[in-house]
Design a protein around this ligand. Structure first.
Ligand SMILES: *Cc1c(COP(=O)(O)O)cnc(C)c1O
Length: 592
């Protein structure tokens, strides 16, 4: 028998890098899609606003739940020079992930072990006299053990009355710190303070008063001989609306993730980085008179088609939102009905305010967007939840996976590695193509996954990249001949690259049928397949539709009944019509 004593070990090592949320797996039913390109864009936008001042990006709470490691990597290459977090553990995690940028942690209690902080070169915020004394004691011990000089930031309470050195202790603390710096025990990076009401226009005087107090506090420190070179007060709202508060550094958090709390004053062009979505599991008809979900909060007035979506309060969706929001599937919004359960919600497919719902089929595997790209905006969803976007962003919990959309330039490299391609045709999905090269690579990957007899309906506005995608597709299939826009040729037949392989028929469905026929196609109705086949035949093509992959531009409503393997591919502008210069496209696919 072993008689090992249980032991408790205390260590100052940085903790293992860990992230609460996992990568999407084969059976993932709910995910946060994190658009790192939006985060890079927001960082650049905020940095451009503050010109000379440094940008400390706040990445507390796992980067507002966007994934610390990926976010930090992104923002450091987009203009942020410093990082801010709440706890020492969070700062340690940044070090454990291999980042050596300056990082400040401001939430701790006197009595916490601080050697790890000094050892990892973490700047410690000092929010009270007691914290300052504790830090100075630890710094002395640290010095006598041969460590280098720790950095601290004095936290001044200018009116939030939460943490920060308050007026009663301020002078004593400043003198103590000034003496310690003179003696070389610590290095003071500067002062910070936090605003109470920067997001409210009505509270401008409150913000002004806080800034005047802050300026006097900096003055006092300088009169005591401290340099305090880098001082900061500006959170996101102050960064975007008060250039007079930028000082030597700004400290935005939520703006990095695309929230502009000052939107009312006009948009500064930040992009929401997070989209929350979950899969449709099943659909059914609930007979008139029957109640839906726990407690029968909702009852069918008529026979009602419903769907179940895989997200519940265990994933962070508040139960108090039962019946108060919508989810969006392929651009069509459906009301959530009945109680929010632990793992699932029910939506009504027959109570959508969108007339397109009548023609829209919802299927198991479809993604239902809760908020974000392709659905309800984060602001709107937050309003429905009667809270602020900050709380909604930090709402999704561990069971929700995180899928990262790469920063533009990174995409190209990522896509050359075919094992890394985000296109998996097995289930409906979507991906971003920031460049023509990535569009082509996506086409190539689709081509590698489809076979003879497949019909691909390709939809997208003029200039969306349909031909580029088809060029990639031709490469993936290995067919012969150069792919061009079919607008003039109507149909072009590409021969297989090798015997037994599929060829490619590339057509403009609209031109094939002629305007008279094409213009009569009603949404949701399909053209009789014989009309299409006859039209193809009349062109005298030396090609067998069954032995080829047929790509039909403008094919919706035309080609769906030509085969039992019809892939619907849609290309959209990522940023809508507001940003015509943005080349990013979203590619969506689903089998119909
Ligand atoms: C969270 C936090 C910030 C960031 O605030 P945002 O409103 O998200 O920009 C800045 N400073 C401190 C001290 C914070 O705790």
């Amino acid at each position: 028998m072993s008689n090992h004593q249980p032991s408790i070990s205390v260590t100052t090592d940085a903790p293992e890098e860990s992230s609460a949320c996992h990568k999407p797996q084969e059976h993932t039913l709910a995910e946060m899609v994190i658009d790192l390109d939006a985060i890079a864009h927001n960082t650049r936008t905020l940095k451009a606003m503050v010109s000379a001042a440094e940008l400390m990006a706040v990445v507390k709470a796992d980067a507002y739940n966007h994934g610390m490691r990926q976010v930090v990597e992104t923002i450091l290459s987009a203009g942020a020079t410093q990082l801010g977090v709440a706890t020492i553990d969070e700062a340690m995690r940044i070090r454990a992930a291999g980042f050596d940028a300056p990082v400040t942690a401001w939430m701790w209690f006197p009595g916490e072990e601080l050697f790890g902080v000094f050892d990892h070169n973490i700047t410690l915020g000092l929010p009270s006299l007691a914290h300052t004394e504790a830090c100075l004691r630890a710094a002395e011990d640290w010095e006598s053990s041969g460590g280098c000089v720790p950095s601290v930031t004095l936290m001044f309470d200018s009116g939030l009355s939460r943490s920060g050195v308050g007026p009663r202790e301020w002078e004593e603390t400043a003198r103590l710190i000034a003496a310690a710096e003179r003696e070389g025990k610590i290095r003071v990076t500067g002062l910070m303070t936090h605003l109470a009401s920067a997001d409210s226009d009505d509270a401008r005087e409150v913000t002004d008063l806080q800034n005047r107090r802050f300026a006097r506090a900096i003055e006092l420190c300088r009169s005591l001989g401290m340099e305090v070179p880098i001082n900061h007060i500006a959170n996101t709202p102050a960064t975007v609306s008060r250039p007079d508060l930028h000082h030597q550094m700004v400290r935005p958090g939520v703006g990095i993730y695309g929230v502009d709390p000052m939107e009312t004053q006009g948009s500064v062009g930040l992009r929401t980085a997070m989209t929350l979505r979950a899969r449709v599991l099943t659909t059914r008809v609930v007979p008139a008179g029957e109640g839906v979900s726990y407690g029968h909060l909702w009852r069918a007035q008529k026979d009602t088609r419903t769907a179940v979506v895989a997200l519940g309060y265990a994933d962070g969706l508040p139960r108090s939102m039962s019946g108060k929001f919508e989810v969006t599937i392929d651009g069509v919004a459906y009301p959530q009905i009945g109680r929010v359960c632990m793992d699932q919600i029910v939506i009504s497919l027959d109570d959508s305010a969108d007339p397109r719902a009548a023609e829209h089929t919802v299927q198991p595997g479809d993604w239902a967007v809760i908020f974000g790209e392709g659905g309800t905006s984060l602001d709107e969803f937050s309003a429905k939840a009667e809270t602020i976007p900050y709380e909604i962003l930090t709402m999704p919990r561990c069971r929700v996976a995180r899928r990262f959309l790469p920063v533009r330039d990174a995409v190209k490299d990522g896509l050359t590695d075919s094992t890394d391609l985000p296109v998996d045709l097995a289930t409906p999905g979507q991906t971003n193509a920031p460049t023509a090269e990535s569009m082509r690579a996506i086409g190539r990957h689709i081509g590698e996954q489809v076979g003879a007899g497949t019909v691909i309906s390709l939809t997208g506005p003029l200039g969306a990249g349909k031909t580029t995608l088809t060029q990639g597709l031709a490469e993936g299939l290995g067919v012969k001949g150069r792919v061009q826009s079919p607008t003039f040729t109507i149909v072009r037949s590409h021969k297989p690259g090798a015997p037994g392989q599929p060829g490619l028929l590339h057509m403009d469905a609209y031109r094939l049928l002629g305007e008279e026929v094409a213009d009569t196609i009603e949404p949701g109705k399909h053209v009789d397949p014989h009309i299409v086949l006859d039209a193809l035949e009349s062109l005298d093509l030396d090609a067998d539709v069954d032995a080829a992959v047929l790509v039909a531009e403008w094919g919706r409503g035309v080609v769906e009944s030509l085969s039992d393997k019809v892939l619907d591919v849609e290309i959209l502008r990522a940023t809508g019509e507001d940003h015509p210069d943005d080349e990013t496209r979203v590619i969506r696919w689903r089998w119909v």
